[in-house]
Design a protein around this ligand. Structure first.
Ligand code: NBY
Length: 838
C-alpha cells in the first residue's frame, strides 16, 4: 500500500527529542533499538512479529507526548464525555496511528531502508476483536471523532482476554476458533495497576443509623474483585488530542487469597483467583439476542462500577465537590448493557458518599444519556429478579426505590391506567419477575436517542412509546456516522489520493467538502480515473479471494457484496434467492446476455443461532454448485469470505460496486456498513430501513436502487394476516428457486438439510422475504442494466461519494456534543515535554 497522503505534521506537534525524532536515521535506530531492548532479539533471529512489535513501539513512543499531555489537560476542570460500552471494535491500530500522526511515508522509508516490508509488518497485527458488529464499531468510530474534534473523552469498557471468535468454514459450516489476540502481546496498551478499583458482588445490605442518627445502608458483599485498567491511546487526526480508551481486567484481590492461604486452603485461594479472572475472559458473541447469563450481568456491573469509581476518584483528586459530578462528566450508555450504572451511581452517591437521595437523583439523571440500538422486542435486556438480587442485592433495593418514586409520578399523570403503570414499571411482573434495563436507562437519563431518523420515530411509536408520552422532551435522534479516516483514508488510499488531488484534503475532517466532486461527475477523464481506481481495488480483492479460497473471480464483473452479521432480519437468504434466480435464468437460456456478477458474502453467526449457521451453509453450498458449473462459468461466481472483521472490511468495502442493504423495513436500527460502502463509491440496493432512508435522501433517489415494502406496509400485511405460501404458489420463478433448494440440488441430494429454512420461509417468514422477492428481483435487473452503461454508473458512483458528507461520525459527535453532552472542544497544548524536558 502506498501512503494515502503526503505526510503532513501540523506545526505545533513537533515534539521530537533524541528518542522520538522523526528523521529517517532516528526512526531506523529506534526500530533497531526496540527490536533489541524490548523484544530482546538480534535481527538474525527476529520473527516478523518481533519486527511488528518493534515498529509498533517506535510509533507508540511518538504519540506518548500527546497522550500524556492530553490526560494532564483534562485534570483541569473540563467536562469529559465518558462513553460506556461493553464493546469497542477498534480494529488494527498501527496504520491508523501512522496516518493520524502524519508519518506514514517516513515510517515506510525507514522500514524499507531497514530491509523490511511495511505491508508485511502491517499484516502481522492481530486486531482487537472486542465487539460483535455495528454497536462496537460505532463506539470505535465515535472515539476517533471525539479525539479529532478535540473533545475530552474517555471510553470505558472491558478488556476481554478472548474477543469475538475467529470464524473458519469447514464443509460449509461455521466453526468457532478462540480469538487469542493477546498471545504475542499488545504494544498499544499500558497497564495501570496502581489505579485499580474494587468491585463487590453478592451478600446482603445492612440498614442502620450512623453516629449522628442518620439512616444509612451499607452493602456487605460475599465477594470482591479487583478491576485493573489498561489504557489505549486514541489519537485524533492531525491534532494533539489523544483520548484514552480504558478497558478493565478482572483480577483476584490479594487479601482474599491470603485469607484462604492462612487457613491452609491454598487450592481454595487459587480457585478464587480463577473465578475472579473469569469475569473478563470472554466476549459474549451474540448480537441482537440476549442470553441472560449470570456472568454477563457480572461483566456489565464490573466495568460500569470500575468506570464510575474511576470518575469519582478523578473528580475528588481535583478538589471539586462531588455534587458537581454531572457538570464534570457526561456519561453515554451505549445501549442497555451499561444501564446498571444508574443504580450504581445512586449507590455510590447515597451509600458511600452520603449525598441525600433527591440530590443524588438529580445528579444521576443529569449525568446519563441513553442510546438505543434495536427495535427487535426480543433483544430488550431483562434480568430475572432472583438472579439480580442474588448478585446485586443493594442495587435491587435502589431500583425498587427509583421505581416507586417514578410510578408515583406516573399515577399522578395517568390515574387508574394500570396498563401504563405495568408497561412503564422497571419491573416486569407479567410472569416471572424481571428487571427491565431499557426502562431503568430511560428513567435514569436526561436524553434518549435512536440511531437513525426512522429508528427514532419507530422507537417513539413502538418499544419506547409510553416513555415518549411520559417525557417527550428527553427524546432526540442522532443518526450514526463512520470515521472517514479509517473508512476512506486508511482503507482506500487510491481514492483518497485522487480526491485530495482534486479538492484538497480538508474533506478528511469536513466530509461535506466532498460536494466539490459533484461537478467532476461530468468530467469524462475524471470518470475514467475513478473507474480505474475501482478496477484496481477490485483486482486486489480478487487476488485475496484467489489466494485464500482458491476461487477465481473476474474483477470486470459486477462485485455485489453483503457483509455484516448473519441474521434472519438482515436477509442474507433473500440475496441467496436472487443468486439462484440468476443462476436459473442462465441455465435456461445459455445465450442470455447477462451482466456478469460476483456475489460476495461475509459475516459471523452467533454460535447458538442455528438458522444463521444454516444460512452460511446454504451460501457455501450454492457457491460450490455454481462455481463448478461450466454452463455459467465466467458469468457468475459466489464467494463466502470467512472471518469477516474490521481488517477484512477495510479490503472489502472499497472493492464493491453494489452494496446489499436488504433488511425488512423497520428492523435495522441504522446500519453503518451501508455508509462505508457508499462512501467508497458503491451503489446501494436497499429497503427503506434504518439509515438507508437518509442515504437515499442525500444521494438522490435516482442514484439508489430501492425495493421492497415500507415499514407501514410490513405492519399492515402482518395485521391482515401474511401468508407466505401464497407468494410461493403464485410466482413460478420463486417456486422454482425454492423447489431447487428443497430438491437437494445444492446438498448432494440431501432433502432434509435446508428444510428448516424452507419451512420457515413457506409457513412463517417473519421477515417477509417472499413478499419482497419480486420487487428485489426486478430491482436487481435494473442494477444489471445500469451497470452496462459504465459512464452513467461511474457518474452515479461519484455522486454517491460526493453526497455522503452527512455520514461522517464527526457530524454525529458534534450533534451529541451540542444536543446531549453540552461539551466543547479543549485543544491540547504540549506543555510538559519529557523525557529530557524540552
Ligand atoms: O448497532 C447495531 C444495529 O443492529 C445497527 O442497525 C446499528 O447501525 C448499530 C450501531 O448503532 N446493533 C448491534 O450491533 N448490536 C450488537 O452488536 C449487540 C451486541 C450484544 C448484545 C446485543 C446487541 N447483547 O445483548 O449482548
Amino acid at each position: 500500500m502506498n501512503a494515502p497522503l503526503e505526510d503532513s505534521l501540523t506545526p505545533q506537534i513537533r515534539v521530537e527529542d533524541d528518542r522520538t525524532g522523526l528523521s529517517i536515521t532516528t526512526l531506523r535506530s529506534a526500530l533497531a533499538d526496540n527490536l533489541f531492548y524490548i523484544q530482546g532479539k538480534f535481527p538474525g533471529t527476529a520473527t516478523k512479529n518481533d519486527y511488528y512489535m518493534a515498529l509498533a513501539y517506535t510509533v507508540r513512543d511518538r504519540l506518548l507526548q500527546r497522550w500524556l499531555n492530553t490526560t494532564q489537560t483534562y485534570r483541569k476542570n473540563v467536562k469529559v464525555v465518558c462513553y460506556l460500552s461493553a464493546e469497542f471494535l477498534i480494529g488494527p491500530q498501527l496504520v491508523n496511528n501512522l496516518i493520524n500522526l502524519g508519518i506514514y511515508a517516513k515510517i515506510r522509508q525507514a522500514v524499507e531502508e531497514s530491509g523490511l516490508s511495511l505491508q508485511e509488518l502491517i499484516e502481522q497485527e492481530e486486531e482487537p476483536g472486542l465487539g460483535n458488529g455495528g454497536l462496537g464499531r460505532l463506539a470505535a468510530c465515535y472515539l476517533d471523532s471525539l479525539s479529532t474534534l478535540e473533545i475530552p473523552a474517555i471510553g470505558y469498557g472491558i478488556r476481554y482476554e478472548f474477543g469475538i471468535f475467529d470464524q473458519e468454514i469447514r464443509d460449509g459450516w461455521q466453526v468457532e476458533i478462540t480469538d487469542k489476540w493477546l498471545q504475542y502481546g499488545n504494544p498499544w496498551e499500558i497497564a495501570r495497576p496502581e489505579e485499580y478499583v474494587e468491585v463487590k458482588f453478592g451478600g446482603r445490605s445492612e440498614h442502620y443509623y450512623d453516629e449522628k442518627g442518620n439512616y444509612r445502608v451499607r452493602w456487605i458483599p460475599d465477594r470482591v474483585v479487583k478491576g485493573v485498567p489498561y489504557d489505549t491511546p486514541i489519537l485524533g487526526y492531525q491534532v494533539n488530542t489523544a483520548n484514552t480508551l480504558r478497558l478493565w481486567k478482572a483480577e483476584a484481590i490479594e487479601s482474599f487469597d491470603f485469607q484462604a492461604f492462612n487457613i491452609g486452603d491454598y487450592y481454595g485461594a487459587v480457585d478464587a483467583k480463577i473465578v475472579s479472572e473469569n469475569l473478563t475472559k470472554i466476549l459474549y458473541p451474540n448480537d441482537e439476542v440476549i442470553q441472560g447469563k449470570e456472568l454477563r450481568l457480572q461483566q456489565q456491573y464490573f466495568f460500569v462500577s470500575c468506570a464510575l469509581q474511576d470518575m469519582i476518584r478523578l473528580l475528588l483528586s481535583t478538589e471539586v465537590s462531588l455534587e458537581t459530578f454531572h457538570q464534570q462528566f457526561a456519561v453515554q450508555l451505549n445501549d442497555t448493557h451499561p444501564a446498571i450504572g444508574v443504580a450504581e451511581l445512586m449507590r455510590l452517591l447515597v451509600d458511600e458518599h452520603r449525598i441525600d437521595w433527591d440530590k443524588a437523583w438529580h445528579i444521576t439523571q443529569n449525568t446519563f444519556a441513553f442510546t438505543n440500538h434495536t427495535l427487535l422486542p426480543e433483544a430488550l435486556e431483562k434480568w430475572p429478579i432472583e438472579l439480580f438480587g442474588r448478585l446485586l442485592p443493594r442495587h435491587l433495593e435502589i431500583i425498587y426505590e427509583i421505581n416507586q418514586r417514578f410510578l408515583d409520578r406516573v399515577r399522578m399523570k395517568y390515574p387508574r391506567d394500570l396498563g401504563k403503570l405495568s408497561r412503564l414499571s422497571l419491573i416486569d411482573e407479567s410472569g416471572e419477575r424481571y428487571v427491565r434495563m431499557a426502562n431503568l436507562a430511560c428513567v435514569g437519563s436526561h436524553a434518549i436517542n435512536g440511531v437513525a431518523e426512522l429508528h427514532t420515530e419507530l422507537l417513539k411509536k413502538t418499544v419506547l412509546k409510553d416513555f415518549y408520552e411520559f417525557f417527550p422532551e428527553k427524546f432526540a435522534n442522532v443518526t450514526n456516522g463512520v470515521t472517514p479516516r479509517r473508512w476512506m483514508v486508511l482503507s482506500n488510499p487510491r481514492l483518497t489520493r485522487l480526491i485530495t488531488e482534486k479538492i484538497g484534503d480538508r474533506w478528511i475532517t469536513h466530509l461535506d467538502d466532498l460536494r466539490k466532486l459533484e461537478t467532476l461527475a461530468d468530467d469524462a477523464s475524471f470518470r475514467q480515473q475513478w473507474r480505474q481506481i475501482k478496477q484496481e481495488t477490485k483486482g486486489d480483492l480478487a487476488a485475496y479471494i484467489r489466494k485464500k479460497l482458491d476461487i477465481i473471480v473476474d474483477p470486470k464483473s459486477l462485485f455485489d457484496i453483503q457483509v455484516k452479521r448473519i441474521h434472519e432480519y438482515k436477509r442474507q437468504h433473500l440475496n441467496v434467492l436472487h443468486v439462484i434466480t440468476f443462476y436459473n435464468r442462465l441455465k435456461h437460456d445459455r445465450d442470455l446476455d447477462i451482466t456478469p456478477r460476483t456475489f460476495i458474502f461475509g459475516g459471523k453467526a452467533a454460535p447458538g443461532y442455528f438458522m444463521a449457521k444454516l444460512i452460511i451453509k446454504l451460501i457455501v453450498s450454492v457457491a460450490n454448485i455454481v462455481n463448478n458449473d461450466p454452463d455459467v462459468r465466467d458469468r457468475m461466481k459466489v464467494v463466502f469470505i470467512p472471518d469477516f472483521n474490521v481488517t477484512l472490511g477495510q479490503r472489502i468495502y472499497p472493492a464493491a460496486d453494489l452494496s446489499e442493504q436488504i433488511s425488512t423495513a423497520g428492523k435495522e436500527a441504522s446500519g453503518t456498513g451501508n455508509m462505508k460502502f457508499a462512501l467508497n463509491g458503491a451503489l446501494t440496493i436497499g429497503t427503506l430501513d434504518g439509515a438507508n432512508v437518509e442515504i437515499r435522501e442525500e444521494v438522490g433517489a435516482e442514484n439508489f436502487f430501492l425495493f421492497g415494502l415500507t415499514t407501514e406496509e410490513v405492519y399492515g400485511l402482518k395485521a391482515r394476516g401474511y401468508r407466505p405460501f401464497d407468494y410461493y404458489n403464485q410466482n413460478a420463478e420463486l417456486k422454482a428457486v425454492i423447489d431447487l433448494i428443497s430438491s437437494g440440488f445444492f446438498s448432494h441430494g440431501d432433502v432434509d438439510l435446508f428444510k428448516p429454512l424452507i419451512d420457515n420461509l413457506l409457513y412463517r417468514d417473519d421477515y417477509m422475504l417472499l413478499a419482497d422477492y419480486q420487487s428485489y428481483i426486478d430491482t436487481q435487473e435494473k442494477v444489471s442494466q445500469a451497470y452496462r452503461d459504465r459512464e452513467n454508473w461511474t457518474r452515479m458512483s461519484i455522486l454517491n461519494v460526493a453526497r455522503m458528507g452527512k455520514f461522517s461520525s464527526d457530524r454525529s459527535i458534534r450533534e451529541y456534543a451540542q444536543k446531549i453532552w453540552k461539551v466543547e472542544p479543549v485543544p491540547v497544548e504540549l506543555l510538559q515535554l519529557c523525557p529530557g524536558g524540552q
